[in-house]
Design a protein around this ligand. Structure first.
Ligand code: FES
Ligand code: FES
Length: 153
């Protein structure tokens, strides 16, 4: 069945059943493999994208429920918060294996877009659903604070 999805500012016609998870369409039909499959049960956050600006587990969203919403993936993320996050991530060398990191960056950018000066507690609340097998949590938290400083400058 043909469906039109708005991804990273572009309308894409895709041929998939309405119940198909957004994650599969992004990766397998649109070739946007920056969004990762980790668990498939909303437990790891590796598949996090933004749907109308909200961090969303793409493994749990059927494309039939996306409608005209704007989907943003790691390939299309932009704006002040996203730029600050990407700069801070590089500056603090956050990444280890990298598998979880697109989801981490999407979650952090959404946090900072709505809260330009998050506390440790705010960061814990916003990021606790994004798991990292390499345990980069300390650097992630420091990088979110650094991104907030960059946004202030
Ligand atoms: S793959 Fe979606 S939350 Fe783990
Ligand atoms: S950097 Fe390896 S899983 Fe997070």
């Amino acid at each position: 069945m043909k469906t039109t999805l708005n991804v990273n500012g572009v309308a894409h016609d895709v041929d998939a059943e309405p119940e198909t998870p957004l994650l599969w369409v992004l990766r397998d039909l649109l070739g946007m493999t920056g969004t990762k499959y980790g668990c498939g049960i909303a437990a790891c956050g590796a598949c996090t994208v933004h749907v109308d600006g909200q961090p969303t587990r793409s493994c749990q969203v059927a494309i039939g429920d996306v409608g005209q919403s704007q989907v943003t993936t790691i390939e299309g993320i932009a704006g002040k918060a996203a730029t600050a996050v990407q700069t801070a991530w590089q500056k603090l060398d956050v990444v280890q294996c990298g598998y979880c990191q697109s989801g981490q960056i999407m979650a952090a950018a959404a946090l900072l877009a709505g809260n330009a000066k998050p506390t440790d507690s705010d960061i814990n609340d916003a990021m606790s659903g994004n798991l990292c097998r390499c345990a980069t949590y300390h650097r992630i938290r420091a990088a979110v604070h650094e991104a907030a400083r960059l946004m202030e400058a």
